[in-house]
Structure formats: C-alpha cells, structure tokens
Design a protein around this ligand. Structure first.
Ligand SMILES: NC(=O)c1ccc[n+]([C@@H]2O[C@H](COP(=O)([O-])OP(=O)(O)OC[C@H]3O[C@@H](n4cnc5c(N)ncnc54)[C@H](OP(=O)(O)O)[C@@H]3O)[C@@H](O)[C@H]2O)c1
Length: 320
C-alpha cells in the first residue's frame, strides 16, 4: 500500500505537523514553492497556464497552507498565478515572499537592495498577490551586480523593510541567503521569523543557522530542499582543483533507504529535513501534478533511527 493510500481521506500535508510562525501563524511544515511555475529559466508564462493554476489549487487541497513566492519569479508570473488560483485567500493561508533581486531580459537575477528598489518590490508584491499586507517578506541577499557579499552589513536594506513593517505593509520579516552574522545583525533591528538558505540532505552548510533558529523559535525554510540544483565541489584528481557540479539525489544510501520504505529519493530527502529539526518547514517546488502529490505525501513518511543514521552520515561537512 502506498503512503497516500494508507492515509486516504486525510490531508497529507498535515501529517508532518505545524510550526507556529512568529508564534502566531500556524503553518503546515510541508509547504509549496512557486518558483517552478513560470516558464523555463523562471521566465515568462508557463507552457500550460491551466496546469500551473491546478497545481497550486491541488497543493491547498492536499493541506498546504504555506506558499513561498516572489514577484521576481517570472517576473510577476508566480504571484499572478497564485492570485488567480487562490484569491480570495483562506484566512489560514500564509504567503511568504521575497525581495532583493530583479530580472533582466537575459534572465539574470541582479541585486535590487537599494531602499527605493525594496520599497517598489514590496508594493509590487502587494499588487501582484492582491493583498493589503504581506504575511512574511524575506530580504534576499544577492551578490550580483553591486549587491552584498557575506562579509557586508545588511543593516540598511533590512532597516528599510523594518520601516515598511512599522507602517503595516508587512506583518513579519525574514532573511534569505545570509550568514550567521548577518542573521544576528538583522535580529538587532527587528524580529526575524524565518530564514531561507540553501540546505538539503546532501549539502548542509548552514547547520549552525538551523540550530540557532531552532533555539530562537525561528522557522528555517530551506531552498533547493530536493538538492536538484545543489552544486557540490568535487575534487578533480587530474588537476587537483575543485570543480563545481550539480548533485542530484543520486547517493546510493538515499536510494537504499527509499527502497526500504517503498518511497522515492525525493520523498526521503524531504522526510529527512522534516525529521532533522522541528523548525524546518519544506517548500519543494514543482510544476508537475504528479511530483506535487509525491512531495506532499512525504509528510507522511517516517524514517527509522537506522534510516536517519545512514542519511546523517552522508554529509561529512566537506563543503563548509
Ligand atoms: N531564497 C532563495 O534564494 C531561493 C532560491 C531558490 C528557490 N527558492 C524557493 O525554494 C523553493 C524550492 O526550491 P526549488 O524549486 O528551486 O528547488 P527544489 O524544490 O529543490 O527542486 C525543484 C526541482 O526539482 C524537480 N522536482 C520537484 N519534485 C520532484 C519529484 N518529486 N521528482 C522529480 N523531480 C522533482 C522540479 O521539476 P518539476 O517542475 O518537473 O517537478 C524542479 O526542477 C522554490 O520554489 C522557491 O520558492 C528560494
């Protein structure tokens, strides 16, 4: 019997439990990421608009009440699709958006961290989503095109969002792609309710931030949770240099655990995240109705102690 058949009649996304975002917004720990919905390269309209809208509606039917998006996905496209699919929104739906980049016709993602760019982005998100107040806005730190590096202060851009929060345009603030020092700096300025950094079973550079967030009651919402786009630096023995390469979930141990549980490697990756720390909230991204069902069913998957031990050992910290 499949995981979904065993739980027929319930909302699968509920099976992983909830996290109280900012202590007040109860989000299911299995959510949905909207970045895969626009056209290729996260640019332009989807090939099949009706299918994209149906994927969002189905996510909510399956119990998802936390959607991650940005007005720069498309640009504008992901937010328009969410609005078309779900507006007027249910009271319990939490939409987390992000600002800090913009798109150029060559499909690049330059930084947009100047005060006027951030203000415009917040208004664009309000308009695109059709809301008077944004639930959560993440300040996404982007290095490209004069952005900020991991060594830089994020006080100025985060301060701009803190002002917009004071004005009531934003309910809560988060940060994305930050170092531990930048997170601490932001928390001095205003409460941070979520952190969104790259993190998954095969790449765990931000383990220290996951722990800091858990202790502080802050949600950690890993991007690239499926590892599909994760770049690992493997040593090329012929030249003795480190070469970045894409690492899908091809580790033998992930496949072995998946086989034991009659699950897929993607489900194992998501289940590992959910069991790793109670503040981790997943936002797997997909444009495929079948992948959506598969990913959300992972909320019902339970890894044994042996499974967890084997998966934990997969990462030796070599990419820190
Ligand atoms: N803050 C940031 O800087 C940042 C950066 C990146 C992403 N994000 C957010 O994080 C969310 C998740 O990241 P992501 O979507 O980039 O990466 P992801 O969830 O790790 O992987 C998405 C990729 O995996 C494929 N996929 C999804 N489910 C699958 C399944 N069950 N089997 C096989 N393939 C599957 C998708 O293709 P199909 O469409 O074909 O399923 C897509 O190519 C995004 O949607 C976005 O909201 C934030």
């Amino acid at each position: 019997m499949s995981i979904s058949e065993a739980n027929a009649g319930t909302e699968p996304a509920a099976a992983a439990g909830e996290f109280a975002l900012a202590g007040e917004l109860a989000i299911r720990r299995m959510g949905f990421g909207a970045m895969q919905l626009p056209g290729p390269g996260v640019w332009g309209p989807p090939k099949d608009r009706a299918r994209a809208v149906a994927v969002i509606r189905r996510a909510v039917e399956l119990g998802v009440n936390h959607i991650d998006t940005s007005d720069y996905y498309g640009p504008y496209v992901a937010n328009e699709l969410i609005r078309e699919a779900l507006h007027p929104y249910d009271d319990d739906l939490v939409i987390v958006t992000k600002v800090g980049a913009f798109r150029t016709p060559d499909k690049a993602w330059p930084s947009a961290l100047k005060p006027e760019q951030l203000r415009r982005a917040v208004y664009d998100n309000l308009r695109g989503l059709g809301r008077d107040q944004l639930d959560v806005v993440n300040l996404r730190i982007v290095e490209e095109a004069g952005g900020l590096s991991p060594e830089d202060s994020i006080a100025e851009p985060f301060g701009v969002l803190a002002e917009l929060r004071e004005q009531g345009l934003i309910r809560h603030l988060g940060v994305s792609n930050v170092t531990a020092r930048q997170l601490a700096e932001a928390r001095e300025i205003a409460p941070v309710v979520s952190v969104q950094n790259e993190y998954n079973v095969v790449r765990r550079l931000h383990e220290d931030i996951v722990r800091t967030c858990a202790e502080a009651g802050i949600a950690f919402m890993p991007f690239f949770p499926l590892g599909t786009f994760t770049l690992q630096h493997k040593k090329d023995t012929t030249t003795d240099t480190k070469v970045p390469q894409h690492v899908p979930l091809d580790a033998q141990v992930i496949h072995a655990v998946a086989e034991r549980l009659e699950a897929t490697p993607y489900q194992v990756a998501l289940a590992w995240l959910l069991q790793h720390s109670p503040n981790i909230c997943c936002i797997p991204g997909t444009s495929s109705p079948d992948h959506l069902e598969e990913n959300i069913a992972a909320a019902e998957l339970r890894l044994s102690e042996t499974d967890v031990k084997e998966l934990d050992a997969l990462y030796g910290g070599e990419n820190r």
